[in-house]
Write a protein that binds this ligand. Structure first.
Ligand code: PNS
Length: 162
């Protein structure tokens, strides 16, 4: 079985991520979307909230599963017996860092990384921009799944009230 891992923070998941998951699901028998547990990085959504949203969003993709991990990605891939890492590549600005990680992961564990060229519709999209725009009242409908939009607006109104 060819198992692929799509790792990331997904804080929150965008339509760009979803596009990558569904295209990875065409290439692999099983895709695991793995949320990094990073206690040093502040996030808007908890890991549990991100996992719950991802589970609902990928429900129509039967071979896509959601999980979380901490530590090195290569160790997690070995644990899950995954042969490949799949990442989306939006623009040249992503390339240096992604190439560095891909080369390091290959050096550490002979693990291949496959890059999916982001759908141009989502080339400018990032979780950080979505959060920033939503925080200042901008419209992010169509950039994130409807469920994520709902949770994002709830979270932001809760944060502002708190
Ligand atoms: O969505 P992000 O934050 O860009 O995802 C980055 C991620 C999770 C892919 C990367 O930070 C990662 O793999 N972290 C796990 C720790 C690790 O293996 N670091 C060495 C990478 S060469």
């Amino acid at each position: 079985m060819r198992r692929a891992i799509c790792p990331g923070s997904f804080d929150p998941c965008t339509n760009g991520h979803l596009d990558v998951f569904s295209r990875a699901a065409e290439m692999a028998d099983e895709v695991i979307v793995a949320v990094l547990i990073n206690k040093t990085k502040s996030s808007l959504f908890t890991v549990a909230e991100r996992i719950e949203m991802l589970q609902e969003v990928v429900a129509p993709l039967p071979n896509v599963k959601i999980d979380s991990f901490h530590g090195l990605l290569v160790d997690y891939c070995r644990e899950r017996q995954a042969q490949v890492i799949v990442k989306g590549l939006r623009a040249v600005s992503d390339f240096d860092y992604e190439l560095q990680m891909a080369q390091m992961n290959y050096r550490l564990s002979r693990l291949e990384t496959v890059f999916i060229s982001t759908n141009p519709l989502y080339g400018y999209l990032s979780s950080s921009l979505v959060k920033e725009i939503a925080t200042y009242g901008g419209d992010v409908a169509g950039l994130v799944p409807d469920l994520v939009l709902e949770r994002l607006l709830e979270k932001i109104s809760g944060t502002i009230r708190a």
